[in-house]
Each structure stands twice: as structure tokens, then as C-alpha cells.
Design a protein around this ligand. Structure first.
Ligand code: ADE
Length: 222
């Protein structure tokens, strides 16, 4: 999977060079390529934005600069995603579907937004990471890269995505490890029984109970 990220702040992407995603890049399971939109400004001061036509607060990213940055990528077979609070809200199903793509181009907006004409010209889908407004699309792009990369073969150990929260539309069962007794709290007896069938059944019940308690809306959705 290749991610090309169009951004004014490539330095913001340091966090996804760590841990599991960093290792996946090292092992060439995924490729994350950061493109600085500012490098495509023809202005001597490297300006990328301007005041909005019609007036109003803030600045708007220029269509021509964003388009030149986009054209620097070989976009054949790529799906172009614009991160915006106006987009379809990301969920696990969408993450899984996106992981089947070969090449994603992620466009990160800043300031008051991006000139609508370049959005109309290049964007295939608008995605939001939730109903709140952030200062830019960089954190949402990292959320998307992290969540999608987990589905790429070899990034996680076998089975890690099949039993986790949301994979069956409900939350996960609780997990326990050593010590057997912590602050007078004992690990549920059944987990020490070695009876795999009973353990599976108990975990299923716990997952359902957990979902009823914390996210009953997920059960009503099915
Ligand atoms: N840009 C600003 N806020 C955002 C959000 N909630 N989701 C995606 N992109 C954004």
C-alpha cells in the first residue's frame, strides 16, 4: 500500500514513523511519501494561500498550487481522499475497504479550507474522522494511515484484527495477564480453566455485555 500525503506540514508526520507503522515502513509493507505543497508555490515568498473571494475571515489554499503538488504524483489507479469535517465519517468498515486499495493520496487542508475547484477536479472521496473541527487534515490523515495499515498483510500478527473491537460490529472482551491477583482482584476463574470452548463462550458474553453497557448504539445498528 502506498500513501502519498499532500500537506503544508510534513514535520507533523513524525509520530507515524514510530512503533508498528514505522516498522511496517522499514519492512516495505507500506510506503508513506510526504509531499510539501509549499514546494509548488511559484510565489517568491512561497505563499500558498490567499484571501477568499466574496470576503470573510481567514485564508484559502490556492487551487493552482495544490493541483501542481497533486500532478507531481503518479496518480494512475490512486484514490484521492480529502480530509475534512464535511466528509463521510470514518468507521472500521470503511477502514477495511480502504485497505484494499493499492494507492491512496491524502489531501490535508489548512486555514479556512481549499479552493473548491481543485477539490472538484481531483478528489474522489471526502472523509472526516468525527464530528468536531481540527486545525488541519494532518492528524486525520495519520489516523487514516494508522487504521488502514493495520489491515495490510504482515503489519500485525495473525488474527489481531479479527477479534478486536468493531470487527464484528461490537466491542472487545476484557483481557487479563499476570499477576493472577492484583490489589485483591483475581483474574476470572474461567480464564485459568484451560477449557477453550467455555472461555470462548464467556468472552462472547463479555463482549456483548461490554457493548450493551458502553456502546448500545452499536447493537441497534445491526
Ligand atoms: N479537518 C479538520 N477537522 C477534521 C475532521 N474532523 N476530520 C477530517 N479532517 C478534518
Amino acid at each position: 500500500m502506498k500513501f502519498d500525503v499532500l500537506t503544508l506540514f510534513p514535520e507533523m508526520f513524525e509520530p507515524i514513523k514510530q512503533s508498528i507503522i514505522g516498522k511496517a515502513v522499514e519492512r516495505e509493507l507500506i510506503d508513506i511519501n510526504l509531499i510539501n505543497i509549499r514546494d509548488f508555490s511559484k510565489d517568491k515568498h512561497k505563499k500558498v494561500d490567499d484571501t477568499p473571494y466574496g470576503g470573510g475571515a481567514g485564508m484559502v489554499m490556492r487551487a493552482d498550487v495544490v493541483y501542481d503538488a497533486y500532478k507531481s504524483i503518479n496518480s494512475e489507479d490512486a484514490k484521492v481522499i480529502y480530509l475534512t469535517p464535511q466528509g463521510n465519517v470514518l468507521n472500521q468498515k470503511k477502514v477495511e475497504n480502504l485497505s484494499k486499495e493499492k494507492h491512496l493520496i491524502l489531501l490535508c487542508g489548512h486555514y479556512e479550507g481549499i479552493d473548491q475547484r481543485v477539490i472538484d477536479k481531483i478528489v474522489d472521496e471526502e472523509i472526516s474522522i468525527g464530528d468536531y473541527v481540527l486545525t488541519g487534515g494532518e492528524i486525520p490523515a495519520m489516523v487514516l494511515i494508522d487504521s488502514v495499515s493495520r489491515y495490510i498483510d504482515g503489519v500485525l500478527s495473525e488474527g489481531s484484527t479479527s477479534e478486536e473491537s468493531f470487527s464484528h460490529g461490537i466491542l472487545e472482551y476484557p483481557q487479563y495477564t499476570r499477576p493472577e491477583i492484583f490489589e485483591d482482584m483475581k483474574v476470572p476463574e474461567i480464564l485459568l480453566s484451560g477449557h477453550h470452548q467455555n472461555i470462548s463462550k464467556w468472552r462472547e458474553e463479555q463482549a456483548l455485555q461490554n457493548t450493551k453497557l458502553k456502546r448500545p448504539d452499536l447493537l441497534n445498528r445491526q
